[in-house]
Design a protein. Structure first.
Length: 199
């Protein structure tokens, strides 16, 4: 499945890379029975307590724990994450694993990449953001990007001078797009986006 893309002002491209969702059954799951029913799963309890159940469609990996908790990673949308967890539950049930009821699904984190299509004067940008009283950290000797903690919506941006950003921490896709609009406005107002002619 292709990553979802959305065009935002200044022709920025925002692409959801990973949706992490948790889910839980109200009972334990027999992981040894899952291994017997699905030889392709990865389960090495001496190394890690979770069993890795991979799906090709949607392309995801769901970690299943004995206590009935699950964590799904790799989905490209909230909908795909929910679909993956429900599909895993159906597959387990079909194989005779005791599954009661439907899992409660909760989005924990959405990670998106953003390309502004133009470089950023990052030092000026950090200065402008900090002048607004915002939480921003930039230590180029340790990490090449600036780290900006946005309050509304509550997300964290990694900002790089080449105009690429990474947004993490959102619980809804709409929060990603709102956060990207906000950061573009902040950078544009601070006049730190280095436009080519005609942009």
């Amino acid at each position: 499945m292709k990553a979802e893309k959305k065009e935002i002002c200044i022709q920025a491209e925002c692409c959801i890379q990973n949706v992490v969702a948790s889910a839980a059954f109200n009972h334990s799951v027999d992981l040894d029975a899952v291994v017997r029913a699905f030889p392709h799963v990865e389960y090495r309890p001496e190394v890690f307590p979770g069993l890795a159940f991979r799906l090709k469609r949607p392309k995801t990996c769901t970690l299943i724990f004995k206590n009935g908790k699950m964590v799904c990673t790799g989905a490209k949308s909230e909908r795909a994450a929910g679909r993956a967890i429900r599909k895993v539950a159906r597959e387990l049930k079909k194989a005779g694993i005791i599954i009661i009821g439907k899992p409660e699904i909760k989005i924990q984190n959405i990670v998106a990449s953003v390309d502004l299509g133009m470089p950023i004067d990052i030092e000026e940008g950090i200065y402008a953001i900090s002048c607004l009283g915002k939480q921003v950290m930039y230590e180029p000797d340790q990490f090449p990007g600036a780290i900006y903690r946005m309050e509304t919506p509550r997300v964290v941006f990694l900002i790089f001078s080449n105009g690429k950003l990474v947004c993490v921490g959102a619980k809804k896709e709409e929060d990603i797009y709102k956060a990207v609009e906000n950061i573009i406005t902040i950078l544009d107002d601070a006049e730190v986006l280095i436009r080519k002619e005609g942009q």
